[in-house]
Ligand binder design. Structure first.
Ligand SMILES: Nc1ncnc2c1ncn2[C@@H]1O[C@H](COP(=O)(O)OP(=O)(O)OP(=O)(O)O)[C@@H](O)[C@H]1O
Length: 220
């Protein structure tokens, strides 16, 4: 599903260190956790895996596609059919209903807005009653579930989650990780979570670990 070999990335005009990612691979249906301190490049790596950014060096294959070979247009099409993204800031549109927020995944990829599928995904996430509500009428946890529904809408092979447990208490953290793993499994997707939250590791003992920016303390 995912093969990384010797990739590096530096933002244009950036003065800081470039991101260097160790060799890593992930089989279909497996889970991975990208770990590391703030600023080490976890979000940047998720953007590389989603073909939003392109590495300057190295090999990066996701779901059989060599991401470096994609034109920007082909990358957009590939992302729409292959990747579900759960951003740290959920980016729900306040003026749209919960159902319409989920359907945005279809609009964004030029697909048919399948209301029945949107409602089925919302139902599976326990939000069947909330389809017509606006995001501000939902709790934080419910809003995150809407964003998970939106990420799953296009049947992605790869589900990427950026700091999904930031600002959650222990109970909500366990619920969020349980939801992500269950939904990834039910949808046949591989799950990659970027985090600096040790609770995620504890909740996913079988996950493959990819450590970035290892500090001396962590290395001990
Ligand atoms: N668009 C950008 N242009 C230039 N530099 C950037 C850009 N985005 C991020 N960076 C820099 O790249 C480095 C990695 O940032 P990134 O957001 O990937 O880290 P992170 O590990 O996800 O951090 P956090 O845990 O705080 O979210 C940081 O030094 C950051 O300042």
């Amino acid at each position: 599903m995912l093969q990384i070999s010797g990739i590096t990335y530096r933002y244009p005009n950036a003065t800081g260190q470039q991101l260097s990612v160790p060799a890593f691979s992930l089989a279909r249906g497996e889970h991975a956790v990208i770990l590391g301190p703030s600023g080490c490049g976890k979000s940047t790596l998720l953007h590389l895996l989603a073909a939003i950014l392109t590495p300057q060096q190295g090999e990066l294959r996701v779901a059989g596609t060599d991401l470096r070979t994609l034109s920007p247009r082909a990358a957009d099409a590939w992302r729409g059919s292959t990747v579900g993204f759960l951003p740290q800031k959920l980016a729900l549109v306040p003026s749209l209903s919960v159902r319409e927020n989920v359907l945005m995944a279809a609009y964004a990829n030029g697909r048919h807005a399948d209301r029945t599928r949107a409602d089925a995904v919302l139902e599976a996430l326990g939000l069947g009653e909330k389809a017509n509500a606006k995001p501000h009428q939902l709790s934080q946890g419910q809003q995150q579930r809407v964003a998970i529904a939106r990420a799953l809408f296009n049947h992605p092979a790869l589900l990427l989650a950026d700091e999904p447990t930031a600002n959650l208490d222990d109970g909500a953290c366990a619920v969020a990780i349980g939801l992500l793993t269950t939904q990834a499994e039910q949808n046949g997707a591989s799950l990659v979570i970027a985090t600096h939250d040790a609770r995620v590791l504890a909740a996913l003992p079988g996950a493959n670990l990819l450590r970035l920016g290892r500090t001396a303390t962590e290395a001990e």
